[in-house]
Design a protein. Sequence first.
Length: 71
Amino acid sequence: MSPFEAFKAAHAGEDFEDYAAFVKAMDEAGLEGEDRQKAYSAWRLGWSRATLGDEGAELKEVREGRIKRWL
């Protein structure tokens, strides 16, 4: 299990209070490099939604003009 996968499993479904709390958890888990980037990308999507999905559904990117959102 990669460090990112271990971090994801340990925090799946958890909503971090703010970005600082998320960074602190990444630091405590020792995430570096690609694993840290994967975690950051998941944070940008919305951590709990990125780790659990939307009731098992795939996340879909929808563009409306210049605005991008995730369903």
